[in-house]
Design a protein around this ligand. Sequence first.
Ligand SMILES: *Cc1c(COP(=O)(O)O)cnc(C)c1O
Length: 389
Amino acid sequence: MEKKHFATKAIHGGYDPNEMKGSVSVPLFQTASFRFKSAEHGEKSFLGEEDGFIYTRIGNPTINVLEERIAELESAESGIAFSSGMGAISAVLIALTKANDHILASKGLYGSSFSLLKMFQEKYNISFSLSDFESEAEIRSHIKPETSVIYIETPINPTMKLIDLELVSRVAKEHDIPVVVDNTFSSPYIQRPIEHGCDIVVHSATKYINGHGDVIAGLAVGKKEWIDEIRATTLKDIGSVISPFDAWLMLRGLKTLPVRMDRHSDNAEYIVERLLKHPQVENVYYPTLDQSGIFEKQMARGGGVIAFELKGDKKTAQKLLNNISFINVAVSLGDTETLIEHPATMTHVVIPEEERRKMGISDTLIRLSVGLEDVRDIWSDLEAALNKL
Ligand SMILES: *Cc1c(COP(=O)(O)O)cnc(C)c1O
């Protein structure tokens, strides 16, 4: 598959129909365990001397196709699937850290990723610091002898700030620290961190990878030796395993990833243009508006998520959501449906107010995940809600 282009890999990656009785669609192996041919075959399977499946928590043919496909799409050696994005993130971070280590993370994180770091600190004395990752000197100033992971999001949820992946991986390499990137907001169609020198990519596949808002799942990709290690330890023993059916739905969603990401981006650009001119809107945050040159270096499109600040206060933000008609007031993102939410009181409420302000999450910040409906209808709903403020 090496020479195929992205859209072809999204449909065919990791799958050979000849190995599955010619089935054009990837078959669903909805089973917990796999029958051994003999006692000796069972013994060899457990010793790892023979390839084959044992138990779905350790491996399953449907899940394997998903894992190989996401690895191909992210330009990684190997991939692994989980029952949720947080399952993937926690498995990766637990595998890469030990008690008394230090994690350097981006100033601006998904709410549960932030509370996970807090839990590590309280339970295992794994400390963390937050960096803007703006310059080599600034990054270096946060690195300690015990720093064992750099963990970043870009674009940052929900402020849409960008971090230069090549800059971070260059500094990290000097100190031999692996860089883990949460690529949920972009998907590999828009941004492939491994190609910029990063080591591990994690996804909440609940979002754009699946794309239809009906499954919770997570993925991670990276060097084979790390992914094998995660499979044998934090996946096997903690067990946030994806169900074969959910993996099957992911494969179905992934086929249309390039088509969906282009339309999400087209629709979002249309909305951004209009939000910029609306008198009730104070600021608009979207990757293509970034002036630092990072967008051009690492992103193919802007994606479907827009953040904007209103003139007014928390009540104004809540009023906007109450004024909305068909757009869903709901968390999550990357669905076919347009979703609107208020980070300060919803997705990011777990982050203490002071930290939230430092991250740029004000009380009037709104996050909009632009869906695949007709963009004229999306804008007219949003515009009517803004006009009523
Ligand atoms: C949703 C999300 C997560 C968590 O993923 P789940 O699938 O809900 O567990 C992590 N990171 C980002 C950026 C997200 O948007």
